[in-house]
Design a protein around this ligand. Sequence first.
Ligand SMILES: Cc1ncc(C[n+]2csc(CCOP(=O)(O)OP(=O)(O)O)c2C)c(N)n1
Length: 278
Amino acid sequence: MSNKPDIPELKKKAVGIRKDILKMLTLAGSGHTGGSLSLVEILLSLYYYKLNHDPKNPLLVSRDRVILSKGHGCPALYAVLADCGYFPKDKLWGLRKLGSPLQGHPQLGLPGIEASSGSLGQGLSIANGIALGARIDKLDIKVYCIMGDGETNEGQVWEAAMTASHYKLSSVCGIIDYNELQIDDFCCKVKDMGEYRKKWESFGWNAIETDGHDIGEMMDALDAASAVRDRPTCIIARTVKGKGVSFVEKKVEWHGIAPKQAEYERAILELDEALKKL
Ligand SMILES: Cc1ncc(C[n+]2csc(CCOP(=O)(O)OP(=O)(O)O)c2C)c(N)n1
């Protein structure tokens, strides 16, 4: 972990990443816009601050791991990985094309991808396995698992939560992209999870609530998670689905569609305006 990066610079980078995401999705003509845009600051606080990683040596044994369990949000991950230098940026424009390593859900083989994902609910179990293996190998690594709030309706998440707490896997850190929406409605309407933070705590986890678009708060939350050595931590990062594009924000219909050309151009204008104000 390095010193804290320049937050104004990262805010500008977040706008650039959002523009990349929109271009990828528009060129692909399909994909998940809302749940990609909500992930940007979560990913930047990991990749530009917290992670021990080396994009030029993606299999570095001592690297921290990131599992994007909500795999449909991968356009955001791909854009950040390319920006870090894991692979050339022009690969982004092949999203979802036949033969491209950048498929609609992450798959092993692309540098920086630690697990194939997209079938929701599985990532935390994978994170536990990596953490237990690292314990045997005496590797001091962190394993971050990014989940959607809707995803945590899945029963497997809670089996994995019990496992992580049983084995005191403090190296595991769950991050919830808590944008309150899922595929076809608000999470509380599909299956209300009640007192969400208490739920994680009752499963033996340390839980931290934070603003998932405030990079400074996210960095502090990640540091607070590292300081806890006897339990796993869950960071509940409050986000806005579709963040940054007014006509996409909080709109359930933008879960699984890509912008059309005119929508793309409108969105880019908005983001360019936002950039001028930074
Ligand atoms: C096991 C499984 N069931 C259903 C789906 C279909 N699906 C894709 S995204 C999604 C909603 C996920 O909601 P959330 O985790 O909150 O993601 P976000 O709103 O952040 O995009 C569903 C049900 C899936 N990918 N995997």
